[in-house]
Design a protein around this ligand. Structure first.
Ligand SMILES: [Zn+2]
Length: 140
């Protein structure tokens, strides 16, 4: 299946993430870009989309240091003593995407600055013998 035949679903998007690619959908009519993907352009209401690979570069728009994580993060070893940062990144292509922020001092959120240039990284975790890949971001 060629890239542009893949349907514009979250499942396809996550399959790309598992293959360590950050992909979005771009409207062929107006150029609006969506990450995660959308089937329909909210700007012009067309479904004339194509897959585009994102550079993965962006800047930190928002973040929160989380001490009481979801079961998934608890399983990954995060807790009150070992918090993790969840962040929102404005990609250089425009879309906002969220993911774990790594390579920062999570225990001292004051040291983390909005606007910090970041790049995408793909975080691998082994859970019950299965390797999971999650989108994350780290300082450039
Ligand atoms: Zn459009």
């Amino acid at each position: 299946m060629s890239e542009n035949e893949k349907s514009f679903t979250i499942e396809s998007y996550l399959e790309y993430i598992r293959n360590k690619k950050l992909m979005g959908s771009r409207c062929k009519e107006c150029g609006a870009t969506y990450v995660p993907v959308r089937k329909l352009c909210t700007e012009c209401n067309t479904a004339n989309m194509e897959w585009v690979e994102m550079s993965g570069k962006g800047k930190l728009a928002a973040f929160t240091s989380i001490t009481v994580g979801t079961p998934y993060f608890v399983e990954k070893g995060y807790d009150r003593k070992n918090p993790y940062c969840f962040s929102v990144i404005e990609l250089e292509e425009g879309p906002m995407v969220s993911g774990q922020l790594v390579g920062v001092n999570e225990s001292e959120p004051d040291t983390i600055k909005i606007g910090t240039p970041l790049k995408a990284t793909f975080l691998e975790t082994d859970i019950k013998g299965e390797t999971k890949v999650d989108l994350g971001f780290e300082p450039l």
